[in-house]
Design a protein around this ligand. Sequence first.
Ligand code: ADP
Length: 623
Amino acid sequence: MAAATLVVSLIMSGLTFWAVNTIQQDARLSDTRFGSDLGLLLAANVAPLVGEDNRTELARFSHRFYSSTSSVRYMLYADADGNIFFGIPFSDSEVQNSLSIRRRIQLPENFAEHYDLPLVRQHLTPDGEVTDVFVPLLYEGKYLGALAIGTNPNPTAVASSHLTRDVTIAVFVSIWVMVILGAVFNALQITKPIKELVVGVKNIAKGNFQQRVDLPVGGGIELGELIASFNEMAERLERYEKQNIEELTAEKAKLETLVSTIADGAVLLDTHLQIVLVNPTARRIFGWEGKAIEGTNALYSFPVAVQVELSRPLHQVARGELREEAEFRVTFTEPTNRTIRILLNTVLDPSREIIKGIAVTVQDITREVELNEAKSQFISNVSHELRTPLFNIKSFIETLYEYGEDLSEAERQEFLETANRETDRLTRLVNDVLDLSRLESCKVYHFEAVDLAQPIEQILRTYQLNAKDKGIELLQEIEPDLPSVVGHYDLLLQVFANLVGNALKFTEAGGKVVIRASLVSGPEGGLAKVVRVEIADTGIGIDPEDQAAIFERFFRVENRVHTLEGTGLGLSIVRNIVQRHRSHVCLVSEVGVGTTFWFDLAVYQDEPTIALPSTEPAALAQQ
Ligand code: ADP
């Protein structure tokens, strides 16, 4: 732009200079013409005077001529040799002096012969260009000398010489001023709005739909319309985006709620195997609670066993080599002991061709596995438990049948008693299984007032002999005037039987088993009182890590620790019965010290309202 302006300004200035200069040339030409005409006229008048050597008349005439015109700057007369013999505006003395020092006019060779016409030249003075005219003085065909006359420059030409410069500069400057003004106007009215428009379009392309462009003042109708259309478009896009975002946010919230509430763990990975989304279940399973796990590589974040199992399949899924659902089962010990089932699914784009990510579904099957193991254990236990008494019964009856007559009466009696005991044991086992299934069914039990002293007394009678045999002290501590409770006699009897049976089973000789019943404050220290029942022993105790599991069906610590008889159903039955009484059973135990199981029962009122015992489990409590 600047270069173009410079070129144009230089061309325009040059043209102006040339035009004005041409005018000046013309003025100068007219100067020379005027000078030569004046010289010829003067020469024609003075030649006779010079020829007659009438210098006085010559001087007078010359003075008169000089003073009558302002155009003449000087007048000099030279003889044929070029020596100046008279000049104006020089004084006589000066002439004298000049004559005495013999000033000369340097004329070209044969000036007289060859220059009939005057010789004209110009020289520059501070007042302008002076035109020097040399005219030969001829009289009667004889060359007498030369007349030199200097004429002042034409004042118009003098003025025009400044004009050339001024006009040239003015043209140059005005072009620049016009260009600068034009550029400023352009910048303010067109370039700025267009630049803003360009920035706006870029921002819209980036997704910033809040972008607007200000309308320029007086910037042209087309530009104004363009900007108005742009703003309208941006506004529509913004509205559309807002609506879309609201819909998307609602959808996202729904999906997030769904993902966060499902029981299975869900982890979403991108194709670089980086974790994008994790639901709370997955966090709990993998021990990621409170960790910023999103954005990390799943293969470094999963527990080591999972990393080993999934490394290859995950890469295969990410590369698209494995498209169908893949299932894995992994057991790991860190951060906790767990067995999980993992399902891998590819997340595809709507065209179902490009892989967008990998959905990892995690199911915690630890409990399922444990229960399955416990069930297998139970079946083998039950089979064993059933087989042992059946085998004993069969062998004793066979012996009696085959050799009965050879046996003494006492022996026959003993055999029958043993067979009878084994039948009881078999019945107990079958009953346990049946009881549990009945308790877990929807059967409705009728509750009534039960005086706890009676079932406790009955249990003591049943187990006293057993306790004595084992050398264990079996006691009861029942608070006097204990009110009746809301309960089911037979079910409560079974609870006492199971708990006292366990207490005797797991207590060494010399130990003590106590059944206590007392009146205590109800739940949350309310006014209603409840009866607390405790069965305490001084037995082997239960390890804290087993306390949570012993109420599960089929669970037996002995499966791992010792091999005392049992089915693992006793405490499940107890828990079910106590729950039927709208209470829960708790325990306090210390290995090597003893165990106390306890539960609360609502006091029976005439209008039986059941005061629910505390729902706040104690530190070691189990429901
Ligand atoms: P079982 O028929 O095998 O006794 P239970 O359900 O009654 O089954 O008991 C489950 C497990 O709880 C037992 O195997 C035992 O390890 C433990 N247990 C129950 N009562 C006691 C107790 N009083 N002292 C120590 N351990 C006990």
